[in-house]
Design a protein around this ligand. Structure first.
Ligand SMILES: Cc1cc2nc3c(=O)[nH]c(=O)nc-3n(C[C@H](O)[C@H](O)[C@H](O)COP(=O)(O)OP(=O)(O)OC[C@H]3O[C@@H](n4cnc5c(N)ncnc54)[C@H](O)[C@@H]3O)c2cc1C
Length: 454
């Protein structure tokens, strides 16, 4: 039986930030992780001098204290990098987020007319008053008009989420999709009133040595120096409680059972998994939680190439369902240190669900389909140029905001709140489409809230 002040479950960036905060205060912390290393989704894979993030990650935040903290732990290794993101749509490249300059110059006349008509309809139907937007489809149509929805947003969302936008809550889009004002679209598309295309080149922060994973590594190293103990390759079996407090936690490391007896637990694992391991079960049907609070997975094909570069861009979005990947990242354009001199690399992100055809496919099958897709978007890569390739995968990449997710999430949150020495936090623990800065903030906030227990 291992005793500690705080047991943190999950060594992703939120768990690491919590460990960093608590060890600075002299609290005894153990961090438990099912994988062999720390970082969670903010990890960088190293292969033969090539660095691949688990999906390109840029660090940006509006929280000054989080920026200061990350700058402090990273020192001069955190640098500003230019973002150059594009979308391949209607067989052309546009700046992304869709910007006025490109819509104005790149769109065909028939598309401009389609956009104009549907936006005029949206504007007039707003004047006469209309039902409130309740699902993602309604939200996107009201913001961008039916034409842009049908030809762009519908395909992209169906490809990413695997379900129709009419089956999803609009919360995701409200938080994430940059808002184009329709009056602005009309003025720019038709009357050539140019606005700046600055968004194409916005800056972001990025580590210059070890990919995005360097931030997680630094958090871990500092916490470890201050006494945090990390236990990897270890999975949670059961969290035993008396309905008010956690009493002990059973874990499995290889064939060995380990029992922990912490004063407090910070869990950053998916909330549906946490509900499932509670023993006895607590007033909510774990199958129902599992069914509603679902995640979309991502498979990433990483290619190491015998050529100088593939594109000038950090990333490219591809809404077309005819192309297997929804996003292409070029690590060299994130930071030159991500790729050995004279070589290039790309990561192709493919949306899927755990256990489906793509999730289970051999790399060779995904490669074949990806090469076809690359050709279609004008980036022809021959097999001879490929030095090596491998896939990586993220099981709980994106929380799917279904129409009734809020109700079940709130019920699950109420149940968990009854156990006073347990907090569920981070992107997975809160079932929140949060960026890494928010995940860091959530981890620190959970750590701050437990001072009375330690
Ligand atoms: C494709 C992609 C691109 C992204 N791009 C960006 C970006 O550009 N900028 C940005 O700021 N954010 C980005 N994000 C979001 C960012 O990755 C997350 O906000 C952040 O990593 C969440 O950290 P976390 O610690 O909350 O969760 P995780 O990183 O998921 O950490 C949870 C940890 O718990 C562990 N765990 C799970 N179950 C168990 C168990 N049973 N026992 C023990 N351990 C367990 C997991 O292995 C994991 O290490 C992106 C995410 C994805 C998927």
């Amino acid at each position: 039986m291992i005793k500690t002040d705080v047991l943190i479950i999950g060594a992703g960036i939120s768990g690491l930030a919590a460990a960093h905060y608590l060890t600075q205060k002299g609290v005894k912390v153990i961090v438990l992780e099912k994988e062999p290393n720390a970082g969670g989704m903010c990890r960088t894979l190293h292969k033969d001098g090539f660095l691949f993030d688990l999906g390109g990650h840029r660090f940006l935040t509006k929280h000054v204290e989080i920026l200061q903290l990350v700058k402090k732990i990273m020192g001069e290794d955190l640098v500003k990098r230019p973002r150059k993101s594009m979308v391949y749509w209607k067989e052309r490249y546009f700046g992304y987020p869709l910007n006025m300059h490109d819509l104005n110059f790149n769109l065909r006349l028939t598309d401009k007319i389609g956009i104009f008509k549907s936006l005029m309809y949206e504007m007039t139907s707003r004047l006469v008053g209309r039902e409130k937007d309740i699902n993602l489809e309604q939200y996107l149509i009201s913001k961008f008009g039916f034409y842009l929805y049908q030809s762009f947003f519908k395909q992209y969302n169906e490809k990413l989420w695997g379900i129709s936008p009419s089956m999803m809550s609009s919360d995701w889009a409200v938080e994430r999709i940059p808002n184009l004002d329709y009056k602005q679209i009309i003025l720019n598309v038709f009357f050539k009133r140019l606005t700046s295309s600055k968004s194409l080149y916005d800056d972001f922060y990025y580590p210059q040595q070890g990919g995005i994973g360097q931030i997680a590594e630094e958090f871990k190293n500092i916490a470890e120096k201050k006494g945090a103990e990390f236990i990897f390759d270890t999975n949670i079996l059961a969290i035993h409680h008396d309905k008010l407090k956690v009493l002990k936690i059973d874990c499995l490391q290889g064939n060995n059972k380990i029992i922990f007896c912490p004063k407090y637990i910070i869990s950053t694992i998916p909330i549906n998994k946490l509900i499932k391991v509670l023993n006895p079960p607590l007033g909510i049907d774990s199958l129902k939680v599992d069914e509603v609070l679902k995640y979309r997975s991502v498979k990433i094909l990483n290619l190491m190439l015998r050529r100088e570069k593939v594109t000038d861009y950090t990333w490219i979005y591809i809404p077309s369902k005819e192309i297997i990947f929804f996003r292409l990242q070029e690590p060299k354009n994130w930071h030159p240190n991500n790729t050995p001199t004279g070589y290039a690399s790309i990561s192709l992100e493919i949306s899927c669900s755990k256990g489906d055809e793509i999730w289970s496919a051999e790399d060779s099958v995904i490669l074949k389909s990806s090469l076809k897709g690359l050709k279609k978007i004008g980036l022809n890569i021959s097999e001879k140029e490929i030095i090596d390739c491998f896939s990586s995968s993220i099981e709980n990449a994106y929380p799917i905001y279904s129409l009734n997710y809020k109700q079940i999430l709130s019920e699950a949150g109420d149940v968990l709140q009854r156990i006073e020495n347990l907090s569920s936090t981070g992107r997975q623990g809160q079932f929140k489409y949060a960026n890494m800065d928010e995940a860091i903030k959530m981890g620190i906030e959970s750590a701050k809230s437990i001072s009375e227990y330690v």
